[in-house]
Design a protein around this ligand. Structure first.
Ligand code: CO
Length: 135
């Protein structure tokens, strides 16, 4: 059976990266690794590593994404939790067999990783992302 191996990141949707860094970097003291435009996700993301995981501050750059709708409806906040898993396709099959509602029935393949989302309706309200790092 597929297994979770760590928390890869916790994503927080923000309306403004510089404004958000006043808390996450300046007050809390997390060093920013880098800030990157991620066109495939229609967002700008600041990566703030903490030990072997990281906080990702996600600023939507187009209105037609889940994160942009989340920002419009709730003003931002904790958006999803991402686990690394050793076999994302196997995990999706296990979850589906258990009646868990999935957003992605098959992994999305990106350079360096495969990913999928589990629907918050099946998780008690938490959007969960699964990553399989391809080495
Ligand atoms: Co994520």
């Amino acid at each position: 059976m597929a297994k979770l191996t760590k928390i890869n990141h916790i994503a927080v949707v923000v309306p403004d990266i510089d404004e958000a860094l006043k808390f996450w970097r300046d007050a809390l003291g997390i060093a920013v690794d880098h800030v990157e435009d991620v066109p495939s996700q229609k967002s700008t993301v600041a990566f703030l590593p903490v030990a072997d995981t990281e906080v990702e501050l996600v600023k939507p750059t187009a209105p037609d994404t889940g994160a942009a709708k989340f920002l419009a409806e709730r003003g931002g906040g904790m958006h999803h939790l991402c686990f690394e898993v050793d076999d994302v396709a196997g995990m999706l099959a296990d979850l589906k067999a258990k009646g868990i509602r999935l957003i992605n029935e098959e992994p999305i393949e990106l350079p360096g990783r495969k990913m999928a989302f589990i629907h918050p309706k099946s998780t008690g309200g938490v959007l969960i992302e699964l990553y399989e790092i391809i080495k």
